[in-house]
Design a protein around this ligand. Structure first.
Ligand SMILES: O=P(O)(O)OC[C@@H](O)[C@@H](O)c1c[nH]c2ccccc12
Length: 361
């Protein structure tokens, strides 16, 4: 029996799966796929929608074809309904991303991308850098975000020079950088990521992208990324496992982002996850509450994280030295900060303001 055809959600054509195998990225017949609950559920004929629902994932995938066309006289139109209209901004982003990737993939199939990997700049140890920084300073390591705009806040900075901002972050003590690459909603780009890497910034780079297809991980690597983001609100367990495995084969770090208890429990049930981000912003409603970080690290969850030596990143809504101490006391060893730095006249100098001291020394 060929288990390679059984992954229900991971978006690769069978040809791509074969080339993934050929390039040694993932042994697709590995036990976790063959024996995983999702694979079995899929085998038992449970539709993907059921698998997502069982894991509490509310973000649906874009319907493969539009709704049926209705003809009235010479006009044709589609009826909008619950099934073909995104329910919230995150779902809209994911559906648009799906279309975007199908087009990009046609231009650069995985076989082409794999060749480009040979010319990609060498990968750097993202999570290792965060750990070393925390050990050295006993302060949360900073992942500073290069972000021009966001759907919740609009344009954060008009005179946006990604290279100058990245250099300033590095000079002022950031350990790693996060670079938004989504164009439509965040006004980011892969050119920014590539350029920051090309000008010699040494901080390891997180490609901040909505990843729903394994192809995107190879694309990010080919552009110089050292880490990628996997959002648990969007990806079922099997995708997270599969994509995390691809990351480690490529030497990259996966930052797995959770927002609530259920997502945290799902991610903790996956072996080998080293870096978990707790997002204080709900990506469906945009509500920000930094006590989310504390809540998710209390009790047994916190114990498990400490026992397994998982590094936790506090993400979003951090503005003051008090916010930094608050999430540090809750147990985070790194923070991901965008808005409060990017909006400063001098984003680099903003770092000392955020931490209450100069962290570049
Ligand atoms: O600008 P803030 O509030 O400091 O947040 C940064 C970062 O956490 C946020 O940009 C983010 C967290 N997870 C994401 C997922 C996609 C896009 C963006 C994000």
């Amino acid at each position: 029996m060929d288990n390679r055809r059984k992954s229900p959600v991971v978006r690769c054509t069978s040809a791509e799966k074969d080339s993934v195998d050929t390039y040694g990225a993932v042994a697709y017949t590995s036990d976790y796929v063959a024996n995983s609950r999702e694979a079995r559920e899929f085998e038992n004929g449970n539709p993907i929608g059921d698998i997502l629902e069982n894991q509490g994932i509310r973000i649906r995938r874009r319907p493969p074809t539009g709704p049926p066309m209705h003809a009235v006289g010479p006009f044709e139109f589609r009826l909008e309904n619950e099934g073909n209209t995104p329910r919230n901004i995150l779902e809209k982003i994911i559906w648009d991303k799906d279309k975007e990737i199908s087009q990009l993939k046609e231009r650069k199939p995985l076989s082409v991308l794999n060749k480009a990997l040979n010319h990609a700049p060498p990968v750097r140890d993202f999570v290792g850098a965060l750990r070393a920084s925390y050990q050295r300073t006993c302060m949360p390591a900073l992942i500073a975000e290069v972000k021009k705009a966001s759907p919740s806040r609009g344009v954060l900075r008009e005179d946006f020079d990604p290279i100058q901002i990245a250099k300033a972050y590095e000079r002022n003590g950031a350990t790693c950088l996060s670079v938004l690459t989504d164009e439509k909603y965040f006004q980011g780009s892969f050119e920014n990521l590539e350029a920051i890497r090309r000008v010699g910034v040494k901080c390891p780079l997180l490609c901040k992208e909505f990843i729903i297809d394994a192809w995107q991980i190879y694309y990010a690597r080919s552009k110089g990324a050292d880490a990628i983001l996997l959002i648990a609100a969007v990806l079922p367990d099997l995708d997270i496992k599969y994509m995390a495995k691809i990351c480690s084969k490529l030497g990259m770090t996966a930052l797995v982002e959770v927002h609530d208890e259920r997502e945290m429990d799902r991610v903790l049930s996956i072996d080998g996850i080293q870096l978990i981000g707790i997002n204080n912003r709900n990506l469906e409603t945009f509500e920000v509450d930094i006590s989310n970080t504390k809540n998710l690290l209390e009790g047994k969850r916190g114990d498990t994280i400490r026992q397994r030596d998982i590094m936790v990143v506090g993400e979003s809504g951090l503005f003051t030295p008090e916010d930094i101490s608050y999430v540090q006391d809750a147990g985070v060893k790194a923070v991901l900060v965008g808005e409060s730095l990017i909006k400063q006249e001098d984003p680099g100098r903003g770092i000392a303001g955020l931490f209450g001291k100069d962290i570049s020394v």
